[in-house]
Design a protein around this ligand. Structure first.
Ligand code: GLU
Length: 303
């Protein structure tokens, strides 16, 4: 894979929550892992609020998340950035992608119907209907990235936790959306633009996003951007085996009392299989011990 190396820059990590609700145990685990990896490498840890989906944003949630992180003792370096204020950067990236991008007039139903006709009901892959232009009388809705067909685009990367990953994005994903039919920028484009603009060298996040990583690496290649190192930590599941989220009824762990340490930090560290030496009598002591415990695990997740 032809990617630029970022290893010479200072370690810069980030946590990038979507403000769809308060932090819960699942998002705390992702925040903690990214924070510990940054601090274990004496690096920077940035915060970015991914508030591009204006229909899913919950009023006040971003401030709640920031307050909870602060109460937990996770201090960010530099200003918090907000994707809603960075849309000119996504527009510029789209311009740069130029002929790799095409407009698509398909509705969800048309895509599903066309897959059925092709006998591919189960596939999520876009059938390519608008690749060579939009049918007469139809209006553009979304903007898609054209993936190479001959040969297919196959992306490989070494995840620091999950090991070697390979994805044929032409076959497994297809031409994916960069700007959605509702007018909002797609996560895949915004995250690539921001991680590069903010000089992120290491991405640590939940394994539910590992499937997106090949798409992001492909976009980095097209835009001439460096590829960060990736580490995807296991996601916290509820009793039904579903990822914790607002939709699956995850509870906010920060209920305003000061007993956060026992209530949330220790179970999150346990989930990450951190072996803390002795009792942490304060939040500061917890982080000191957790950073040492994370450093002790680095041999199994080298940079
Ligand atoms: N905003 C995404 C989320 O809350 C995370 C994006 C990322 O870490 O790349 O799930």
């Amino acid at each position: 894979m032809d990617t630029k190396s970022v290893s010479s820059s200072i370690y810069t990590g980030r946590f990038a929550p979507s403000p769809t609700g308060p932090l819960h145990m699942g998002s705390l685990v992702a925040a903690m892992a990214s924070y510990l990896d940054a601090k274990a490498h004496d690096g920077l840890w940035l915060l970015r609020i991914e508030d591009l989906d204006f229909d899913r944003n919950v009023k006040g949630a971003a401030q709640e998340i920031l307050k909870s992180l602060q109460r937990c003792g996770m201090k960010n370096d530099g200003e918090v950035s907000w994707q809603s204020q960075r849309q000119h950067l996504y527009e510029a990236a789209m311009q740069q992608l130029d002929t790799h991008v095409y407009s698509c007039a398909c509705s969800r139903k048309e895509i599903a119907d066309s897959r059925l006709r092709m006998g591919e009901a189960a596939s999520q892959v876009y059938p390519g209907t608008c690749r060579n232009g939009i049918a007469a009388g139809k209006a553009p809705r979304a903007w898609r990235l054209r993936l190479p067909e001959i040969p297919h685009e196959i992306i490989q990367f070494n995840d620091r936790y999950c090991g070697l990953q390979t994805q044929d994005i032409t076959a497994e994903v297809g031409d994916f959306v960069l700007k959605r039919a509702d007018g909002f920028w797609a996560y895949q484009l915004a995250v690539v633009v921001d991680d590069a603009a903010q000089g992120i060298t290491h991405i640590v996040r939940g394994a539910d996003l590992i499937d997106s990583t090949a798409r992001q690496i492909f976009l980095q290649k097209l835009l001439g951007l460096a590829t960060p190192a990736y580490l995807h930590v296991p996601v916290v599941l509820n009793e039904y085996g579903e990822k914790l989220s607002k939709q699956t009824g995850a509870l906010a762990f920060d209920r305003g009392d000061n007993d956060l340490l026992r209530e949330a930090l220790i179970p999150a560290a346990d989930f990450l299989e951190l072996k803390l030496e002795g009792n942490a009598s304060s939040i500061a002591a917890f982080w000191d011990k957790a950073i040492i415990a994370w450093r002790n695990k680095l041999h199994v997740m080298p940079i």
